[in-house]
Design a protein around this ligand. Structure first.
Ligand code: FMN
Length: 207
């Protein structure tokens, strides 16, 4: 049997940031259950913002040439994505948002050109890990909205969220064993073909 390919995208600008450590734990969980995992740090790649040239409305492709092209290949090759972001100003960080916005070409491919991706019909699922320093839980709503729209464009089913708040300083997440355990468990669950799927992601919110 081919093993399931899981791509972990770490968007925090901090090395070993809180969301990054949770992502690594989730990837460990997926790997323990037999997945083939790949971890990437978005800040190792050069991704500039969408320039709204709308060239993709005609071609379905992004004409801005940078590392996005190789990231897109990895994203489309993955059976599962775990997308980790810190909360910046009530939503995903700017690094994450730049990658998300560049997927406008996939949005155009689907909604303007009305074409299916080559991955259509494949079992592709995604989950989000987000960590915020404040006590606000409202901010996770904006993450959910943005990520839903993103995963729709990728034609992936958005299955789960792990949201943790009141975690601020670098490494604070290491003092939160239940968040680390949940990340590991969700990593295992993400590759379990028997998980009951719903049209809304399953949420775990921890403080
Ligand atoms: C520019 C900036 C904006 C932030 N905005 C928020 C915010 O709106 N809400 C919040 O809970 N935390 C906010 N934080 C705190 C981070 O979310 C928090 O430190 C988190 O642990 C960072 O995750 P990371 O270590 O994975 O990067 C902000 C931090 C920065 C640097």
């Amino acid at each position: 049997m081919m093993s399931i390919k899981v791509l972990g995208i770490s968007t925090s600008p901090r090395i070993k940031g809180n969301s990054d450590l949770l992502l690594r734990r989730a990837l460990d969980g997926a790997e323990s259950a037999g997945a083939n995992t790949e971890y990437l740090r978005l800040t190792d790649y050069k991704v500039s913002p969408c320039i709204e040239c709308n060239a993709c409305y005609v071609t379905g492709l992004c004409k801005v040439q940078d590392d996005y092209q190789q990231l897109l290949k990895k994203i489309l090759d993955a059976d599962r994505i775990i997308f980790a972001t810190p909360i910046f100003f009530m939503t995903v960080c700017a690094q994450a948002k730049m990658l998300i916005d560049r997927c406008q070409c996939l949005w155009a491919h689907k909604y303007v050109l009305k074409k299916e991706l080559n991955t259509a019909g494949h079992d592709r699922r995604a989950m989000v890990i987000a960590v915020g320093g404040s006590r606000s839980k409202k901010q996770f709503e904006s993450v959910r909205l943005t990520m839903k729209s993103y995963f729709d464009s990728l034609q992936m089913l958005y299955v789960a969220n792990l949201f943790v708040n009141k975690i601020d300083a670098l490494g604070d997440i290491e003092k939160h064993p239940s968040a680390l355990n949940e990340a590991y468990r969700l990593g295992i669950q993400l590759i379990d073909a028997d998980t009951i799927l719903s049209d809304k992601p399953f949420n775990i919110e921890l403080t």
